[in-house]
Ligand binder design. Structure first.
Ligand code: MNH
Length: 527
């Protein structure tokens, strides 16, 4: 007998239950919908839906209307009001406490208590379904090598259209590696991180590593001076385990908070600047007001102010979701080569070569990355060294039985796509995808995300933003330092420390830790 839940009959967040052998039931509890498939809104929900602007309307409001935002940005009460809406609307999309894990298509307590699992926003496709995606599409998914050769491999570099810099790409990688930590030996559903912004990528994964990295003087991390600048210690002077993707000479091995960060100069650069700075509250401030600000391209000036959530119903707990990890695979943002202080380096020259940062110096390095364009997040734009990463990712999506993109669109209040052309906005690509999947309802998660048409004036398509936004806002604002008992000057050593957090910017982070004149520090290539 077939599992009737394989066709995802329950709408609007209703939960599907099999009933006997040839029936199903939808649990519509607290969805504001009723009916066999939770398809009918209650009267008050109908009015709310009618008044509610679509994600596209909101996006257009935020990226346009310069005059309006110039006014709002300068009226603290209005700016705070709008920002509170951003916090609550985004984080309300995330289940908290977490609901699903990878082993069951229904809620289990393990999803909450087993913190070695990534959580899942949507449960896995039931194993007994007729096709890998449920009932839609072919019985066998496209061959990963064929798929990647056709849709992922970069032939000619495509620059990111809104002018995102390579400084941004490395920030993304550096920042997110503190909480995307797959424990691949156990399997792609396992992780070894702390489910949030815990700064383990600077201080080390546990107390043991932290003690090795700390100098126990003035609260500072161990450091060494080379060419008149401070850099992380060599591995022989702080024996935390590092992992390199190819062999490295001993004198190029540095002790860093994250075992991967010796592999790329851009990561070593961020590791070094945070070692010089070391303050946790600043990260969230910089991520919201510089990093997400750039990413959103909003004319509204985003604000980091945890007190806006005080008194609101909001859970100060976070769990990293598998889907968040998958959608954050932004490898196309990496260019194939870099110009540092006028010298050209290929990615091959860059790999396992952190010494380049010391050689050119912090100022030149950050200046050069700021002036260099990132790659576009789109098809056929994965550089040579990241092709295997995306192959693994797609394979993991399959073993984990991620639901198709359209189900995620519905979960995050987006209209499911009706055709391949609507997804891609491109006839050639639509044709290719149709050959691979046969049915728009069977497009895999990551493949759908990267083939989705870009929004006007944006880095990504709709789905990445409408999913990534909620995970990101929830993860940042649910951090304990944002909670009422923590968010006060005494937690930061008094008003001086609190003030540092409240005025932090990416530019200050670099410039106040560089002795020379302030270089260009920008997530957007100037000019
Ligand atoms: Mn990247 C995982 C290489 C840039 C985001 N990345 C991995 C893995 C490798 C890797 C290897 C391990 C996965 C596997 O073994 O299958 N990544 C690179 C290289 C570059 C790179 C060589 C640059 C060149 N990565 C980036 C950038 C981002 C990013 C830029 C943007 C945020 N990478 C990820 C994420 C993971 C990952 C997210 C998953 C990490 C985890 O789950 O542990």
């Amino acid at each position: 007998a077939e599992n009737l839940c394989c066709s995802y009959p329950c709408q609007n967040g209703g939960v599907c239950l099999t009933k006997g052998f040839k029936d199903y039931e939808c649990d519509c509890t607290s969805t504001d919908f009723y009916g066999r498939n939770c398809e009918t809104p209650t009267f008050s929900k109908r009015i709310k839906l009618w008044l509610k602007p679509s994600p596209l309307t909101l996006h257009n409001l935020m990226i346009g209307n310069n005059w309006l935002w110039n006014m709002v940005n300068n009226i603290p009460f209005l700016r705070g009001f709008i920002m509170k809406k951003v916090y609550t609307m985004r984080s309300d999309m995330i289940d908290s406490p977490p609901t699903y894990e990878n082993e069951h298509p229904y809620i289990t307590l393990d999803a909450n208590y087993n913190v070695s699992f990534y959580t899942r926003t949507l449960p896995p496709v039931p194993v007994e379904c007729p096709t890998p995606m449920g009932v839609a599409g072919k019985k066998i998914l496209p061959d990963v090598d064929v798929l990647v050769n056709k849709l992922f491999i970069r032939e000619k570099f495509k620059p990111e259209p809104i002018g995102t810099s390579a400084l941004f790409s490395f920030f993304a990688q550096h920042f997110t590696h503190q909480f995307f930590k797959t424990d691949i030996k156990r399997g792609p559903q396992y992780q070894w991180g702390g489910h949030g912004v815990d700064m383990t990528h600077v201080y080390g994964k546990n107390k043991h590593d932290e003690n090795l990295l700390r100098s126990f003087k003035d609260g500072k991390l161990k450091a060494q001076t080379v060419n008149g600048e401070e850099w992380p210690p060599l591995s022989k002077d702080a024996q935390v385990e590092m992992q390199y993707i190819m062999p490295v000479p001993e004198d190029s091995k540095y002790a860093l908070g994250h075992s991967f960060f010796g592999n790329l100069p851009g990561l070593f650069m961020y590791a070094s600047i945070w070692m010089r700075e070391h303050n946790r509250g600043e990260t969230i401030k910089i991520v919201i007001e510089d990093y997400v600000q750039h990413l959103s391209n909003y004319n509204f000036k985003l604000l980091f102010d945890p007190s806006l959530l005080f008194g609101e119903p909001f859970q100060y707990q976070n769990r990293i979701a598998l889907e968040f990890n998958h959608l954050y695979h932004w490898h196309p943002l990496m260019p194939d080569d870099f110009t540092i202080g006028g010298v050209n380096y290929t990615m091959k020259d860059f790999l396992v070569n952190p010494k380049l940062v010391i050689k050119h110096g912090m100022a030149t390095f950050v200046d050069s990355l700021s002036k260099q364009n990132a790659g576009a997040f789109t098809v056929r734009n994965h550089g040579k060294y990241t092709v295997n990463v995306v192959k693994d990712l797609i394979k993991h999506g399959r073993t984990l039985r991620l639901q198709p993109l359209n189900n995620y669109r519905k979960r995050f209040n987006l209209k499911p796509f009706k055709s391949f052309e609507e997804l891609t906005g491109n006839k050639w690509l639509a044709k290719e995808l149709e050959n691979f999947y046969g049915d728009i309802e069977a497009v895999e998660f990551y493949v759908g995300l990267i083939t989705e048409k870009r929004r006007p004036k944006a880095v990504f398509g709709e789905a990445i933003v409408e999913m990534g936004g909620p995970y990101s806002v929830k993860g940042l604002m649910a951090n304990p330092i944002c909670s009422p008992k923590y968010w006060k000057p005494s937690t930061f050593g008094g008003s001086v420390g609190f003030d540092i957090v409240n005025t932090a910017t990416i530019e200050k982070l670099f410039c106040q830790n560089i002795k020379e004149d302030c270089p260009v520090v920008s997530f957007k290539v100037p000019g």
